[in-house]
Design a protein. Structure first.
Length: 120
């Protein structure tokens, strides 16, 4: 059996690859603060959809449509499925409102000190 030659990727390619992990890391950090056993299915759904939206922005291999499957605890027989397309009114509203609130939050953060922006 022939082994593939060992090659190292250019640094920018590696950084882009690791950058694609950021939405998954973000979700892993967000879930403990957002979701618990008392969380409603609606809140969990919004959290998941926002996570997918963030992933689509940072990783070109993830895209629409999104297939959603919801089932009640301990029952796979009553599962509901839904396909979310790029023009789905709820998803468009959710991602637009999320982006606007993120921008508002960003503009509310304190300005960086001048020393941060001037070369040393």
């Amino acid at each position: 059996m022939n082994a593939l030659p060992s090659t190292s990727l250019p640094k920018h390619v590696s950084l882009l690859g690791y950058g694609g992990l950021l939405p998954f890391i973000f979700l892993a950090l967000l879930i403990p603060f957002s979701l618990d056993y008392q969380t409603s299915i609606g809140t969990a759904l919004r959290c998941g959809l926002i996570s997918f939206d963030s992933t689509m922005h940072s990783n070109l291999s993830v895209g629409m449509p999104l297939d959603l499957l919801v089932y009640r605890k301990d029952s796979f027989s009553d599962a509901k499925s839904y396909r979310i397309t790029h023009d789905d009114p709820y998803f468009v509203r959710l991602r637009t409102q999320w982006a606007a609130r993120q921008y508002d939050m960003l503009t509310d953060l304190p300005e960086a000190p001048g020393a941060y922006m001037m070369p040393g």
